[in-house]
Design a protein. Structure first.
Length: 466
């Protein structure tokens, strides 16, 4: 009996579920990520491939998983090498891998090119992730050529190649208990980091110190590492004042000034899982009237999106709920002039809100911060409708968006970004606000796992006074 017939770990259970989808004549090849050079003699920190890690829990570079339709799992990994291990660190090695990872057999990665053709022989379908690893297609071609060279001896060469991302993306979209547990822990660490950055900002300003965006970034990193996180899940955004209106701004050196807002979009990665939180707060702990008015509008729009996030709803529902609240608020606060743009329905129809809210309200979250998984409902891919975008004039093809199911995890992250302009009330100039939480879809609603950091204006002010 294959080891993977008796799943003893979440990874073995996932391999068994995937194997059942490969077909009896199917075999899957999953490489981990490549190591990348940053500059001379210096690599980027290694980050495993998410699909590979999902199926193995193995974080070393230079490794491949081969899984067949019967559930038999073969790992190729770096061989033990005392001299290299003195320089680069411990390697598990193929001898220990079956016992530790529950795979059926393991070999040195140096044997990949000789063993793979034999493993592919007499299979019908080769599965591998398409368009994810540069050069993978040509390596598969090379192995298949070797199989073909043996057809005279009676070997059959697989006739089909299929994209492994399809079944794996669907599996990863619904998080299992092990994943949810890790994501909750990642969210807790990130929430603590945001609290720390907020409190540091107020404390340093109260003490009359020169506060820079990088000071707050340092607080985030400190708390991430203190919690055991391996990396930030993405480049942290720490944007003081008008910088918050630059959507992909990175923590830089701009001064953090009393009276301005700071937008921090940062989350840690813990054991392969991302968290993704944005908070916007007054640098010195007190919102001005106009800041608070815009903040409360974004918060109300987020509350509407949260209420729309539940099993059975569509992925687009939270976005539509957000836009409705923001559009009305933009009219009420005078960001948009009803004489020019018409009613709230016109604002939505003509996308007049887009000038101040130009991104979507969320994305799947998981091993990757923008996680995999189709945003279209699989049973309705054929139901295409067309509409003309009122801003670009482009014809957009729409398909019914994904129906939410328990165990899906998505972000809910409305915002408003007001660049200085003559036709916009001056009091709102250069204010950028986003509020982002991570939500686990449940039968009846959603669980916000990032609320370890407060979100209400009063609560943020109280926290920053503390
Ligand atoms: N931090 C990336 C995002 O919010 O989508
Ligand atoms: Mn996000
Ligand atoms: Mn974010």
């Amino acid at each position: 009996m294959s080891r993977s017939d008796t799943p003893s770990s979440p990874y073995a259970a996932r391999r068994a579920r995937l194997a059942a989808q490969l077909g009896t004549g199917g075999i899957a090849i999953v490489p981990t990520a490549s190591e990348r050079q940053r500059n001379r003699d210096n690599d980027f920190p290694f980050r495993h491939d998410s699909y590979f890690y999902y199926l193995t829990g193995f974080a070393e570079p230079n490794a491949w998983l081969v899984l067949d339709g019967s559930g038999r799992a073969t790992l190729f990994c770096a061989p033990k090498d005392l001299e290299r291990e003195i320089w680069d660190g411990y390697r598990l090695g193929p001898e220990a891998a079956p016992g530790v990872l529950g795979v059926d057999e393991a070999f040195s990665v140096a044997e990949l090119d000789t063993r793979l053709p034999r493993l592919l022989e007499n299979r019908e379908t080769v599965w591998f992730p398409f368009a994810t690893h540069a050069g993978l297609e040509s390596r598969v071609d090379g192995w298949l050529q070797k199989v073909r060279a043996r057809v005279r001896f009676g070997a059959l060469c697989p006739e089909q190649q299929r994209d492994l991302c399809g079944p794996l993306d669907e599996m990863r979209l619904i998080k299992d208990a092990h994943e949810l547990d890790t994501m909750r822990r990642a969210a807790d660490i990130s929430a603590r980091a945001h609290v720390r950055a907020m409190q540091t900002s107020a404390r340093m300003l109260r003490a009359g110190q020169d506060v820079r965006e990088y000071h707050l970034d340092a607080e985030l990193l400190h708390e991430f590492r203190l919690g055991g996180s391996q990396f930030p899940a993405y480049g942290s955004i720490v944007a003081a004042g008008a910088n918050a209106c630059v959507l992909h701004y990175r923590a830089d050196a701009a001064p953090v000034r009393a009276g301005e807002l700071v937008l921090i979009d940062a989350g840690c990665e813990l054991d392969g899982y991302a968290s993704d939180i944005t908070r916007t707060f007054p640098a010195d702990g007190r919102f001005s009237g106009p800041q608070r008015a815009l903040y409360d509008l974004v918060l109300a729009s987020q509350e509407a999106a949260v209420a729309a996030t539940k099993a059975g709803a569509r992925f687009n529902d939270p976005h539509d709920a957000t836009v409705k609240v923001l559009a009305q608020g933009m009219l009420d606060l005078g960001l948009l002039d009803a004489n020019k743009v018409g009613s709230v329905d016109d604002v939505i129809e003509q996308r007049a809100y887009f000038r101040f809210y130009m991104h979507r309200t969320g994305h799947w979250l998981g091993m990757d911060v923008h996680d995999c998984g189709s945003y279209v409902e699989p049973s309705q891919v054929g139901e295409v409708s067309e509409r003309k975008d009122p801003l670009s004039g482009e014809i957009i093809k729409n398909r019914p968006s994904r129906i939410l199911q328990p165990g899906m995890v998505l972000t809910i992250e409305p915002g408003i970004y007001v660049r200085a302009a003559d036709d916009v009330p001056k009091q709102f100039h250069d204010i950028g606000i986003r509020i982002e939480d991570d939500a686990v879809v449940t039968e009846t609603g959603c669980e916000l796992i990032t609320r370890g950091v407060p979100v209400r204006g009063d609560e943020i002010e109280a926290l920053m006074r503390a």
